[in-house]
Design a protein around this ligand. Structure first.
Ligand SMILES: [Zn+2]
Length: 106
């Protein structure tokens, strides 16, 4: 069942790979957070998923992640997550890269 074998080092195994193949529309109301992997660059501003849907249509989550670039240096975003802001705090769904480490490292 080889997500890892097929795309070693790129896709994450299991549920996250399934998330990446799913479409963006159900995430309307969330925000996309991204940044490159250069520690000197600031994170990009949050982008509303609704704005991405309006600009690019109902792409897959992977397609969305591929289209995001660092606003500072122009590199492809290496770290992408979806964020839902609520009064109780942020709910974060990491999609790729070091997104899982947001909040733990600068
Ligand atoms: Zn950058």
């Amino acid at each position: 069942m080889g997500f890892e074998a097929r795309d070693h080092g790129y896709r994450l195994p299991g549920a996250t790979a399934l998330v990446l193949d799913s479409h963006l529309a159900p995430w309307r109301g969330w925000m996309a957070r991204s940044r490159c992997l250069d520690a000197d660059c600031p994170p990009n501003r949050l982008i509303a998923v609704g704005d991405i849907l309006a600009a690019r249509g109902d792409v897959t989550l992977l397609g969305m992640a591929e289209g995001l670039r660092c606003h500072a240096c122009g590199a492809k975003a290496g770290s992408v997550s979806l964020v839902l802001r609520s009064p109780a705090g942020e709910i974060v769904q990491p999609l790729r890269g070091r997104a899982a480490l947001f909040g733990h490292r600068a």
